[in-house]
Design a protein around this ligand. Structure first.
Ligand SMILES: C[S@@+](CC[C@H](N)C(=O)[O-])C[C@H]1O[C@@H](n2cnc3c(N)ncnc32)[C@H](O)[C@@H]1O
Length: 232
């Protein structure tokens, strides 16, 4: 039996609430899309939190208006009823998710002040499904990873924007390394083959902050479009 077949629960909820992280969803054009789900891989990690009381999670990105809150509803159903499900989005329309029990933060994820405020809380799980701009993906990790509890999980989603035709748009024309290169550099540091900080930072331009964050990584793994990172 294929290993991930045993992790179905989150995907069933994902299909029910129509998030595009799931194996089947109806797009804004009303067409059903079938895809390889991300949620069985996420569930491998997240199952350990399922019954944890007062679990605190933050998703960056609430979703397009006609389908806003799809993934938040899935998380709310999956995790313990005492959990706090927070979502951050630039659109004030996300505030309506407050009536469903979500805690909504409206702001620009390209703004360090906003990220710093989000980092004031201690999180068990953070998932970045926001703009997918390279700058924002790297900023989110740099500014939020430290706010995870020990043993917490950080997921950066939609790393496909580091490849092919999407590169021009998602780099915002900036001459910088893409998030896949960035997380690979963090991975390289974590796997311990390279012992010298100087060598890694000079090859990949990792900053002192990046090296400190890398030292807080217990495990870093890759699947499809996502990088899943467990904090020490
Ligand atoms: C891919 S959608 C999120 C989908 C949702 N997580 C789901 O699975 O159902 C991306 C969201 O990021 C938000 N977003 C885009 N740019 C942003 C920014 N600079 N700051 C905050 N949110 C942003 C959009 O408004 C949109 O709601």
């Amino acid at each position: 039996m294929p290993f991930f077949n045993k992790f179905k629960e989150l995907d069933i909820l994902g299909v029910q609430f129509n998030t595009n992280k799931s194996s089947s969803w109806v797009g804004l054009d009303n067409q059903r899309v079938k895809n390889i789900t991300l949620l069985d891989k996420y569930e491998l990690f997240l199952q350990y939190f399922k019954d944890v009381e007062n679990f605190k999670m933050l998703e960056l990105g609430a979703g397009p208006d006609p389908n806003i809150g799809a993934s938040c509803r899935m998380w709310k159903q999956y995790f313990h009823s005492t959990s706090e499900i927070h979502v951050a989005d630039i659109k004030p329309s996300a505030l309506k998710l407050g009536s469903e029990g979500m805690e909504v933060h409206v702001g620009d994820l390209g703004n360090i002040g906003f990220l710093t405020r989000l980092a004031e809380k201690k999180w068990d799980f953070i998932i970045d499904d926001g703009s997918h701009f390279w700058l924002h993906q790297i900023l989110a990790f740099r500014n939020l990873f430290n706010s995870l509890e020990s043993g917490g999980i950080f997921i950066c989603e939609d790393l496909c924007t580091s490849f092919g035709k999407m590169r021009d748009f998602y780099s915002m024309g900036m001459d910088q390394k893409d998030p896949v290169e960035y997380f690979l550099a963090i991975s390289r540091r974590c796997c311990g083959i390279e012992q010298s900080n100087d060598r890694i930072s000079s090859i990949y331009n990792l900053t002192e902050l990046d090296l400190r964050l890398a030292d807080q990584v217990k495990m870093i793994s890759w699947m499809g479009n996502s990088c899943i990172i467990v904090k020490k």
